[in-house]
Design a protein around this ligand. Structure first.
Ligand SMILES: *Cc1c(COP(=O)(O)O)cnc(C)c1O
Length: 408
């Protein structure tokens, strides 16, 4: 069990414990299961901005169908672990250097986000005497109502407005060095509702079919983006993947006349569950009638809960040892707010969480920290030491394997 591994890791260290811990077999099992359950015309890419850690990329490269990236830096990270794996390159505001880099690194598809970008891509491809394969990113007028962040269905900096699609297709037809293979529709983040997700995919197919027919396009791909969510509030109720697959099969059957490959580019849903953030409790105190615990670490390591103003789920790993001759602070049968070591009231990872018992020196183990954790955090604000990054790689993980821990 991960708790026991944390205990033994803590025993080996003198400084207060603070680490990202990755369960690599869990990651591989999870993603293998996703790939095996997807209908055959589907492709699962990993959106590496969720976590572009090299060890994770190396583990995922042999499993996923490719990587989705949003910068030249991400292209280089991918190519450092795999010379030939398919890459999809999206994101607004691509520079000339990035587009040239994408061509040089053999990117499979560029997701073009505007009419200007279409011109720029064509120009660069012509200069290099080559052609670029693209998917056109569209910001649809409808989106998924309950998703946490929306990039589509609302005004946003992403993609071409649905109402501008005909203008974009007209333009593509005049650009000799650009080849349009399909459409790209990444539209949301952290959606937990399989029915809504499949409804969105259905809508994408409807739109792409209309455009395909109207313009007599020879399309072969539809990219429905990422956005499958993690339930941080109720960890036992996660996105129902099996239900999603049942619904997806029906929708793909309905659209089987289109004969396209359906691309998913998930970040959070792939990387989140394999990652833990473990941080030792440095202090416990009462302030204006409320209990606070202060951890070694905080939002400069795990910014997600502060960014989304939510509590991040954690369990308590009790530690027996207490090195001092004076009383060990503790709190019993109460609620506690978990704050980090930064000098800002925004450095809060969980608020008013009921707990039965917590001591200074115990370790809080935050789960679902593998995506948008370390990678989105402001590591050097206040110049505290970084956490360790520990990769558990024994198969299977159980108590007998506690010693088989690999550390960077
Ligand atoms: C961030 C992003 C993703 C991944 O989103 P998740 O919510 O992590 O699945 C996929 N595609 C694009 C274009 C993105 O910007």
């Amino acid at each position: 069990m991960i708790e026991n591994i944390v205990k033994s890791l803590k025993q080996e260290r003198e400084q207060p414990f603070c680490a990202y811990i990755y369960d690599m077999p869990k990651l591989r099992r999870h993603v293998n299961k996703l790939i095996e359950s997807l209908p055959s015309a589907c492709r699962l890419f990993y959106a590496i901005k969720a976590n572009s850690d090299e060890t994770l990329l190396k583990a995922l490269a042999p499993i996923v169908h490719g990587f989705e990236v949003a910068s030249l830096g991400e292209i280089e990270k991918v190519r450092a672990v795999d010379e030939s794996i398919p890459i999809l390159f999206g994101g607004p505001g691509k520079t000339k250097e990035e587009i040239e880099g994408a061509i040089d690194h053999g990117v499979t598809f560029l997701h073009v986000e505007s009419l200007h970008e279409l011109q720029l891509v064509n120009y660069i491809a012509a200069q290099k005497r080559t052609s670029i394969s693209i998917l056109l990113r569209v910001n649809l007028r409808n989106s998924v109502p309950n998703a946490q962040l929306k990039m589509s269905g609302v005004p946003s900096q992403f993609g071409v407005d649905e109402e501008e699609v005909s203008g974009a297709i007209d333009l593509v037809r005049c650009l000799p060095n650009v080849r349009l293979f399909g459409f790209h529709f990444h539209a949301m983040s952290n959606n937990l509702d399989p029915a809504a997700h499949v409804h969105f995919i259905d809508h994408c197919f409807e739109k792409a079919k209309i455009w395909g027919k109207e313009w007599d396009l020879d399309l072969s791909y539809i990219n429905v983006g990422g956005g499958i969510g993690i339930n941080y509030q109720m960890v036992e109720e996660q996105f129902n993947w099996d239900n999603f697959i049942l619904r997806l099969e029906k929708i793909l059957e309905k659209h089987s006349d289109a004969n396209w490959q359906t691309i998913f580019e998930c970040g959070r849903y792939i990387a989140s569950s394999c990652g833990y953030y473990a941080a030792e409790v440095l202090d416990i105190k009462q302030n204006h009638g409320r209990y606070f615990c202060i951890i070694r670490g905080g939002s400069h390591h795990l910014r997600l809960p502060a960014a989304w103003k939510q509590s991040h789920p954690f369990t308590i790993v009790p530690i027996e040892e207490w090195p001092y001759p004076f009383k060990r602070p503790e709190v019993n049968e109460s609620t506690i707010t978990v704050a980090g070591e930064l000098c800002t009231p925004n450095d809060v990872l969980a608020r008013n969480v009921p707990i039965s018992r917590l001591h200074v020196g115990d370790i809080l183990l935050f789960s679902y920290a593998g995506a948008y954790g370390w990678s989105i955090s402001h590591h050097d604000f206040l110049t505290h030491p970084h956490p360790e990054h520990i990769y558990l790689d024994s198969e299977p993980i159980n108590e007998a394997d506690e010693k088989l821990v690999e550390s960077r």
